[in-house]
Design a protein. Sequence first.
Length: 246
Amino acid sequence: MKNSAVITAAALTAVSLPVNAVYSADNRVIGYGQGMAVDSLNRPVDAVQFTEQYSDYDAFAVSADSNQIIITFDQGYENGYTEKILDTLKEKNVKAIFFLTGDYAKKEKSLVNRMIAEGHTLGNHGMTHASLPKLCHDDAVEEIMSLHEYVLNNYGYEMQYFRFPCGEYSEQALETVQKCGYKTVFWSFAYVDWKTDSQPDPAMGLQKLSESAHGGEILLLHSVSATNAQILGDVIDNLRDKGFKV
């Protein structure tokens, strides 16, 4: 099954190219960050510029839908909070994108099956969570497609969105992802929520996530966060109170 896109086809349109096509792009490693500066619509300038610069590679950090906020989770390992997160998403009738690593896809079959059954989108976060631009071409393709084939063969699900591990990319790596038939999805807001031994204060986390809201936002959260699991319902309510579709 190929999930109906959470990010609308009008916003992101992929172009499938031969994986073995000749490369012309630069392979210098770039570390992605949303930055602090925002435009008049409260969108991080760096995220907007990334999308403008790399949309020809089907790579995006903001969505074209100015009314929507897309919630995404990176699923590197399980920390006991994903079930509660799924409960909240179901209660609020929200569909999210869950970017899986190979380790997660192999170990957490009941949770992955629940994500699929409840209409969420599965994304590819790399079989081994390796930094893609640091790999040779063949290894980069293997990093993407081995997880693609694993999820297809074991869950009957065909993934279509890729998120770069470590937030590290290059133009050549963006081209590789595109030639594998994927769209690249970064984010336009994230905060430090992945440090399990130093979790954000729930009230401060809620405030940050509410104040940063903007149309076309692609929100990155980590499901290992106790804070996120606690405040997610309130975050969704606050975003909807601001008039956004979530």
